[in-house]
Design a protein around this ligand. Structure first.
Ligand code: HEC
Length: 222
């Protein structure tokens, strides 16, 4: 008895499957193959351009300062986020990868690549003009390039471009700091080291005399 019921259920199921295969209504839909001709649109193209003003997901870029470094037509002079230790650390890391080969680790323009015949030596970041240049200017140079220097828009994210700009500011301060810049109550940790070979950007400067805390301040980013 049970067996007979099983068989009839089986027959019913396979009949249902076979019969449903005969319907065509949802299977032959009116559609266009990619880039095929259409008689519906005046320009006969079935592929339609996106509606004007369409913004791809994640590309709204509403914060124009963050993405251009400019307020109106001129570069702004502030970071679009707080300058934390992490921002400067990340900026230093990215700077040493992308910029130091030409601009050198201290930013004086004596990098390795210009020393091997690159067409032009970059200017030092410590000249007065660049000392006074607003932060957004550095962002803009990275975004759009400058003179014979190509842009880094595709290699370095907007966030990292700002991180680098912040670190360049720190480099500039570091080369022009005075005793007055030290917060009250803090001591200068060591005698400033004197350098023999200034290094190339790919190599560290060599010291002529070891500073009292040598080893602590190798400049190595951990
Ligand atoms: C391949 C070498 C090279 C690399 C890498 C490079 N630069 Fe430059 N940079 C140059 C040269 C050369 C100039 C001068 C261009 C000129 O005057 O035509 C320059 C100029 C500049 C200037 C000065 C613009 C001015 O107003 O004089 C800034 C700022 C700058 N670079 C920032 C950066 C930053 C930030 C990075 C890293 C993201 C970077 N550069 C990477 C070669 C380089």
């Amino acid at each position: 008895m049970l067996r007979l019921r099983q068989i009839s259920v089986g027959i019913l199921l396979s009949a249902a499957t076979l019969l449903s295969g005969c319907r065509l209504d949802m299977h032959a839909q009116p559609r266009q193959n990619p880039l095929s001709r259409s008689d519906f649109f005046a320009d006969q193209r079935s592929a339609r351009p996106p509606v004007e003003g369409t913004v791809a997901r994640g590309q709204l870029h509403a914060d124009t300062y963050f993405y251009t470094g400019k307020i109106g037509a001129s570069p702004g002079d502030y970071l679009p986020f707080p300058a934390t230790r992490e921002v400067l650390d990340r900026g230093r890391e990215r700077y040493n990868i992308y910029c130091a080969p030409c601009h050198s680790r201290v930013g004086d323009g004596n990098g390795f690549i210009p020393s091997r015949g690159f067409a032009r030596k970059p200017p030092s970041y410590h000249i007065e003009r660049l000392q006074k240049a607003p932060l957004g200017y550095f962002y803009d140079v990275m975004t759009n390039g400058f003179g014979i220097m190509s842009d880094y828009a595709s290699q370095i994210s907007p966030q990292d471009r700002w991180n680098i700009a912040a670190y360049i500011r720190a480099l500039q301060l570091s080369q022009n700091a005075t005793a007055a810049d030290i917060p009250a109550g803090q001591k200068i940790p060591s005698e400033p080291p004197t350098f023999g070979d200034i290094g190339t950007g790919a190599t560290f400067p060599s010291r002529t005399k070891p500073s009292p805390q040598a080893g602590e301040q190798t400049g190595e980013h951990k």
